[in-house]
Design a protein around this ligand. Structure first.
Ligand code: M6R
Length: 608
């Protein structure tokens, strides 16, 4: 996600902003910018690329002034470019804003503002906020911010600066982090603690709905109605490295716990109440889709596993045959792809060499192409005919966690969307699924709280040589991901099997004490999964079952049960994978592995 830094004090703001932004570089970004107030005027400098490019740009004419805001951008709306970089201003340049998050209703607001004569220069959602400030300004900076907050929808942390009221910065947040650093004769604002830790360890952690007016000598916090809020000082006692990880021991763990937010961000603008799921970026019509006779999903690793789940959704809801391919196989197998095919590539990075090559091959063969990716402006996003973004935010750990669950969510939403479009999905079920999906962020949160039990299993079984994962239907796809995660970071040999396939060979490997993780969240194949569970129990394996809350039967059969909150069976993969992520993480920890950078692996595989 983007990074925010703000400064107000007596020192030159530019070096402090640039330094703070450099502390956020580890999160990944594609462009950077600053805005500094000096003598009645705000200077904005921004450019695409690394911070060094921005430093080069301001070399020799560094904006002077003791108040400013800075931003490192991870693109969401509009590709990485100079113009899309933050800060954004209104036409006059008097109102400047930096933003993390997504303004959900920006299109409508933009149209209204354009009709009133505002000139937009970027493709971002953020720019509407600066124009709204100018549009609504009534001589009172704080009151105008409050008016803007009543209008915008979505998620945000925002910092406002105005040449019309130059002794203060105003900041607020909803569903995105924001902290205020308290200094002596100076104060700081940041999206993350690392950006300010060199200057102060005394902070206010902002909560949703709080609005802070920050001057060099004071911080005044209130809610939108003007009710004062008294904040407790939070003393940061992490070192710089721990601060980058938000206090978590590893990026992987931090990213696992970021999943509720990643889910909300990925749903933003697409799911709302009982309304049909929409993808503004696709806007497919039933006629357009009528020509598609087959869908290919192509990806690697974890993204391939998300594709397997996607096949299930698209076939079940949209009744179109779907083939899922490992990209390195697809590109060399002379695939039967033509202009009636839709090829979906799934990739966190959007740069994986084999997946990119598969996309190019499918285009050459005349297929329509769609990229599901997390990185705006990545090669796949640029080269596919259409793109749907997962809004997981930057994923730094090599092991994919939040990227995977957001991919599952996008595949789920696509399935419901296309099924509705084609009239193959019962509208009642579509509504049920849409509503159930909106509970998932909170259910993820609940599932992740149940970590103590998993830590115990990781200690008990962390020294094993082999582990097996079993499941049927959607549970099988999740089992594959669970096994990959365990192998990847703990180096335990792990295999996943479709539970019914076990007795066709692999059952020979099941001996006393071998841990077998059985996923049993799918009601339609539940009884059969239990039979398979009994088969491994009969060979004295240790069975850890993953089941939905309320399933008492499984407790009689398995050695241990990890319960996930009750949900529609189609959404169960989004919850069932969480204990597997945590189990892998804690098993790796027990074995002393380098969790974030497992041996021999890279985050983005850009070679064949
Ligand atoms: O960036 P991509 O999603 O295209 O990457 C694909 C795989 O390399 C990736 O999912 C890999 O399997 C992960 N390390 C698994 O955790």
């Amino acid at each position: 996600m983007c990074g925010i830094v703000g400064y107000i004090g007596t020192k030159l703001a530019t070096p402090i902003l640039l330094d703070g932004m450099s502390k956020l570089e580890y999160r990944g970004y594609d462009s950077a910018g600053i805005a500094v107030y000096n003598e009645g005027h705000i200077t904005v400098e921004k450019c695409v690329g690394r911070l060094d490019a921005l430093r080069e740009k301001v070399k020799g004419h560094m904006p002077e002034g003791t108040m400013g805001i800075g931003h490192t951008r991870w693109a969401t709306h509009g590709r990485p470019s100079d113009r899309n970089s933050h800060p954004h201003t209104d036409d006059s340049g008097d109102f400047v804003v930096v933003h993390n998050g997504i303004i959900e209703n920006y299109m409508k607001l933009k149209e209204e503002l354009i009709a009133k004569g505002h000139k937009f220069v970027s493709e971002t959602d953020t720019e509407v906020v600066a124009h709204l400030m100018a549009d609504l300004y009534n001589g009172d900076f704080e009151a105008t911010v409050k008016e803007v907050l009543k209008i915008i929808e979505g998620s945000y942390s925002l910092v406002f600066m105005s040449a019309k009221d130059p002794d203060k910065l105003i900041c607020t947040k909803k569903d995105n982090p924001l902290v205020i650093g308290l200094g002596e004769g100076e104060n700081f604002i940041a999206s993350d603690i690392p950006a300010i830790i060199d200057h102060t360890r005394r902070t206010y952690i902002m909560s949703d709905g709080e609005i802070a007016t920050v001057t060099k000598d004071s911080v005044w916090v209130q809610d939108i109605k003007g009710t004062p809020i008294s904040k407790k000082v939070f003393e940061v006692n992490w070192n710089a490295e721990a601060a980058q990880k938000g206090g978590f021991e590893h990026f992987m763990l931090k990213e696992i716990y970021e999943q509720p937010k990643a889910m909300r961000d990925t749903m933003t603008g697409r799911i709302h109440g009982e309304e049909p799921i929409k993808f503004d970026e696709l806007n497919w019509t039933p006629e357009e889709f009528a020509g598609i006779s087959k869908i290919f999903i192509v990806a690697c690793g974890t993204a391939y596993h998300a594709g397997l789940v996607g096949k299930y959704y698209l076939e079940k809801f949209a009744r179109i045959p779907v083939e899922v391919d490992i990209a390195s196989e697809f590109r060399y197998r002379d695939p039967l792809v033509d202009e009636n095919s839709l090829l979906i590539v799934v990739s966190q990075s959007g740069e994986t060499s084999d997946t990119l090559a598969a996309l190019r091959e499918a285009k050459r063969l005349g297929a329509r192409t769609l990229a599901v990716t997390n990185v705006v402006g990545s090669s796949m996003a640029r080269e596919a005919d259409q793109v749907v973004y997962t809004y997981a935010g930057p994923e730094i750990a090599v092991a994919s966690t939040k990227a995977y669950t957001t991919q599952l969510l996008v595949m789920f939403m696509l399935g419901v969307y296309v099924g509705t479009l084609r009239g193959t999905l019962d509208p009642k079920l579509a509504k049920e699924l849409t509503l159930a999906a909106q509970d998932i962020p909170e259910q993820i949160h609940q599932t992740l709280e149940n970590v103590d039990q998993i830590k115990v299993f990781a200690t008990q079984y962390g020294s094993c040589e082999d582990a097996f994962f079993l499941g049927r239907s959607l549970d099988y796809a999740v089992a594959l991901e669970g096994a990959l995660k365990l192998k990847e970071i703990s180096y335990i040999h792990a295999e996943a099997y479709a539970a019914g396939e076990l007795k066709h060979g692999t059952l020979a490997l099941i001996v006393e004490g071998v841990p077998v993780i059985v996923l049993a969240t799918q009601s339609d194949v539940y009884a059969k999964t239990i039979s398979n569970l009994k088969e491994v129990k009969a060979r004295d394996a240790v069975v850890i079952a993953i089941a939905q809350e309320g399933d008492e039967e499984i407790g009689k059969e398995a050695d241990h049960v990890i319960y996930i909150p009750k949900t529609n069976k189609f959404l169960a993969p989004l919850l069932a994978v969480l204990p597997l992520q945590l189990l892998s993480y804690y098993a790796a920890l027990t074995r002393g592995c380098d969790v974030d950078k497992p041996r021999n692996l890279a985050k983005s595989v850009t070679v064949e």
